[in-house]
Design a binder for this molecule. Sequence first.
Ligand code: HEM
Length: 418
Amino acid sequence: MEITDGFELVDHATYGREGPPHALWARLRAESPVHPCRPQGYEPFWAITRHADVSDISKRPDDFLNAPGIVLMNEHQQKLRASGDGVAAMRTIIEMDPPEHRSYRKVASPWFSPRAVGRVDEEVQTSAREIVNQLAGSTGEGECDFATDVATAHPLRILSAILGLPREAEPKILRLTNELFAAEDPDLQRAGEDRQKAAKELGLEMFQLFSEIIEDRRANPQDDLATVLANGKIDGQPMGPMETVGYYLITFTAGHDTTKNALAGGMHALLQHPDELAKLKRNPELVKPAIEEIVRWTAPVNYMKRTAACEAEIRGQRIQKGDNLVLFYASANRDEEVFEDPFSFRVDRKPNPHLGFGIGEHFCLGANLARKSQIALWQELAPRLEALEPAGDPEYISSSFVVGLKKLPIRYRITPAR
Ligand code: HEM
């Protein structure tokens, strides 16, 4: 019997119930690392599960394309894309190929360099301190849903600051991102029976929100990313409206749920590994390797899809032009050939060549900011965390693309602010 038709690897509801399919990936890595999949209701694809293959394919952007789409689509998503409506109409760098991709990436990449993101150090640290102080309150004791109260709030504040969103717009952009990413999660998706109409309205709302900021930054330039994007040029010409709005959209959406899921997944991992939490509290310098381990462990971006531009052979399998290849980062991050004892969570793991931020042409543009945001939060929280326990069962988001927890109830005692 075949190992899998791939359904469990990509079906949103299965992730919502069970989380990522690590046991199945381990079997595929061992027995069929380039596995043909034909899941019902989704496009057919090859499941790529080994670290070496995910790396190689990512480093061949002329042979394996992003422009045809980076998400494996179900029937509803296929219809939406074909209609070109709503968010599907916006053009983002993650769906571009070279040479166009390089020209567009260059618009924002200087802003994301390690030195340049230093400009937001203060905002990032203030956000971490305010959120942890709020949790502690005056007594230090409390309960919260860590996924919402901490993991959602922290990146939301940072991204709003760099993209020029006023505080009062935060709930709106948060709702729109949830609707976009968790379009298949009944708790988070946009209301309305007609999924296509809902998606179209969502695109319009996003467009309006960002258009206002773009106009403002063109008239009143400031020293922020919002201004860089509003005034971005390609070969000396201003970027088109779909590309400019697309840039805000990709920055916000790629930056928010991913960081949120890394923070919530990190807390979940530390709850399940109290010895590792104790180690982190004793040694604050371990925060840096700890967040790398958290990104390896949680792989908030579960996969990216590529489309073959030509015939190719990978581990003896013949790939045809037009075939979909799904690069499972979560699986590559537990590859026995690369990581010692990959199923153990170690805050001091070294080396840690995880692929949680991808690799090659499309390597995460926001990786420096994502690291900084997580480091600030754990540096503030870990040393002040006096007691921690679960206060209920965690719940997974029904999504197989950007994956993680939507609820993580905890009970804690945190040293109050002095
Ligand atoms: C823990 C948090 C994050 C994770 C795990 C993550 C992961 C990823 C991954 C896996 C990719 C695709 C890489 C590839 O195809 O090789 C990516 C691309 C990208 N990420 Fe992140 N990301 C995170 C945070 C952020 C943040 C904070 C931002 C911006 C504020 C951001 C912006 C982007 C952009 C713009 C791309 C597209 C890059 C391109 O196509 O050239 N990400 N990210």
